[in-house]
Design a protein around this ligand. Structure first.
Ligand code: ZLV
Ligand code: CA
Ligand code: ZN
Length: 380
């Protein structure tokens, strides 16, 4: 049975519209919205729904999308369909970066406004004080730009939510532990000191999206308010946790955010179909637990994650952490998708054994020191 943990149980809300999990990017496409259905079934199978406020969310409106995205782009997205895409004038697919990563699949606009609507709903509950922590696992699509989709992301629910939070919050901290660089969010707030963006990711100049080197630190008013933590393949639990805590503790203490948004991309786990790190579920969750321990209002979103059985285990475990509940290791027995979780049927399968750790102690220590030097700038 599920038990109360010893740490504080805040007011937590869970924002979801199950329709979002019914869309398909295409048979060979790695992004599977179905992972959200698996997650929702595990969360409710464990009984976690009883310890959170549940909201069935509405789609984001056109006006809400225009707070960040260009009118041209939203007009295009809302009009194009799989049937009309082939009849568009030459150049328009290139203009809007439509292609294999971001296909025009059946209902892709409805899908986009649904995941964005859930993040906006979560941000509203934080703003009106009804929630201390608000969760939307269908969000976290951090690559979308003002006028183009990118990396499986059509609209940027994170940027939209941050813009909403900025109405009342003087300083917003964005933390991104997806294996990919959070480029869309970084770019949107690159010139402001009211949003600090930090992303941990694989970086070699080639790995998608190709950005996120340490030297990207923001510009004009925003100089020193973006931090990038570039990593090599195969990073393990202890190295990641040490680096994450060693950087985030002084960053939060110095920047003093009034609200935090954490993107919990699950492609930083080991055995991910696209990723190449060695993180186990408990280590990823430890990063979430650590940020929760500061007691600052938090918006928590999903993101990448391409091995659905592990994505759903991770986000269920993290829902437990955020709501202050301890989950038994053995997965709920009466869940409709139980066969997805064999042969172990455990919340914590071994995921840290696939890659050689290419991050030497010396390299990681150097990354940590350089981050601390950057953070010192905030202390004046
Ligand atoms: O997890 O893609 O490498 C948040 C997120 O951060 C690329 N895309 C681009 C650059 C040239 N291409 C390749 C185009 C391939 C299109 C289809 C795949 C299909 C099958 C298997 C893997 C991929 C794929 N695509 C792997 N990596 C890519 C990246 C985009 C990664 C987006 C991560 C999104 C949700
Ligand atoms: Ca990242
Ligand atoms: Zn990713």
């Amino acid at each position: 049975k599920i038990e109360f943990g010893t740490d504080y149980s805040p007011d937590v809300s869970y924002h979801f519209n199950s329709k979002v999990s019914e869309f398909h990017y295409g048979v060979r496409h790695p992004m599977k919205p179905f992972r959200l259905m698996l997650t929702d079934h595990l969360v409710s199978g464990y009984g976690l729904h009883n310890y959170m406020d549940l909201y069935e969310t509405r789609a984001a409106s056109r006006e809400e999308l225009l707070e960040f995205h260009s009118k041209d782009y939203i007009d295009f997205l809302s009009k194009v369909t799989p049937d009309t895409v082939s009849k568009l004038p030459r150049g328009s697919l290139e203009k809007f970066n439509i292609g294999d990563d971001c296909p025009i699949f059946q209902g892709f606009y409805d899908y986009s406004v649904l995941y964005a609507g859930a993040s906006l709903d979560a941000s509203r509950k934080l703003l009106n004080g009804q929630s201390e922590i608000a969760i939307n696992w269908s969000g976290g699509l951090h690559h979308a730009k003002k006028s183009s989709p990118s990396g499986f992301c059509y609209v940027n629910d994170i940027v939209l939510s941050i813009i909403n939070l900025l109405r009342f919050h003087p300083r917003v901290l964005y933390i991104d532990i997806d294996i990919h660089h959070g480029d869309g969010v970084q770019e949107a707030f690159y010139t402001t000191d009211r949003v600090f963006t930090v992303s941990f990711h694989k970086y070699n100049g080639e790995f998608f999206p190709g950005t996120g080197n340490f030297d990207e630190l923001g510009c004009s008013e925003g100089k020193h308010f973006a931090l990038n933590v570039p990593l090599e393949d195969g990073i393990d639990d202890d190295s990641y946790i040490n680096l994450f805590k060693g950087v985030m503790d002084p960053l939060i203490t110095s920047y003093k955010p009034t609200v935090i948004i954490q993107q919990c991309g699950a492609d930083s786990l080991g055995h991910d179909r696209l990723g190449c790190f060695n993180l186990n579920i408990k280590a990823h969750g430890e990063c979430v637990k650590f940020i929760k321990s500061f007691g600052i209002p938090m918006l928590v979103v999903g993101g990448g994650g391409y091995t659905p059985r592990n994505v759903s285990r991770l986000w269920t475990y993290e829902t437990g952490i955020l709501s202050g509940m301890i989950l038994p290791e053995s997965l709920p027995e009466d869940s409709p998708f139980r066969e997805w979780f064999g042969p172990d049927y455990s919340l914590y399968p071994t995921l840290g054994d696939l890659y050689e750790n290419k991050n030497s102690k010396k390299f990681l220590e150097n990354v940590r020191i350089r981050c601390l030097e950057r953070i010192r700038y905030l202390q004046g």
